[in-house]
Design a protein around this ligand. Structure first.
Ligand SMILES: [Cu+2]
Length: 186
């Protein structure tokens, strides 16, 4: 048992070193070409073209989970997501990473604090308000849809060749309640 564990941790250690080395190369490359934020977006994927859609995946939102609970896509595949909120609360379908979701949850907490987002209602007019720094709380990122009960949305998304992605609802409390799923690129 002891030998096995040492062997395993050795392999894990090597993998970690390789991963770190690779990710710094990727980070450098991204930094050279298009800078931080954009590089981060392209790791998630990019908005897709309708003409390149290979399949449609229907996503049902409930309080507080999705159906399906997991999504599998192919490298570089363009998917049309048809999202419907069958719950009684506002929900989001957002394609990202654990990291981008954490950041987004803070922003959505701010939306709740400002009364822009209520449990079952989105105050669209308030979203357009200037926050005093030229920024608004508008919520129209191409990788996400924020829906009131019975609302539907369509997202066409082209995935990259890899990455550990998650789809999630960043309405405060929902992610922690389990409203997220793994998105695997095969
Ligand atoms: Cu939700």
């Amino acid at each position: 048992m002891k030998i096995k564990r040492t062997f395993l941790s050795g392999v894990a250690g090597l993998t970690l070193i390789t991963a770190v080395a690779l990710s710094s190369v990727v980070a450098l490359a991204a930094g050279n070409h298009d800078g931080g934020h954009h590089g981060e977006k392209s790791a998630i994927g990019t908005p897709g073209k309708a003409s390149e859609v290979s399949r449609t995946i229907e996503i049902k939102m409930f309080d507080n989970y999705y159906e399906p609970e997991e999504i599998f896509v192919k490298k570089g595949e363009t998917i049309r997501f048809k999202v419907v909120n069958t719950g009684e609360f506002v929900h989001e379908f957002n394609i990202g990473t654990a990291e981008t979701h954490a950041t987004h949850q803070e922003e959505m907490m701010m939306m709740v604090e400002h009364g822009v987002l209520e449990a079952d209602k989105i105050n669209h007019e308030m979203m357009k308000m200037d926050m005093g720094n030229g920024k608004t709380m508008e919520h129209n990122d191409p990788n996400s849809a924020l829906l009131e009960p019975n609302d539907t949305a369509e997202i066409i998304w082209k995935f990259a060749d890899g990455g550990e992605l998650e789809f999630a609802c960043n309405v405060p409390g929902h992610y922690d309640a389990g409203m997220m799923g793994e998105l695997t690129i095969q």
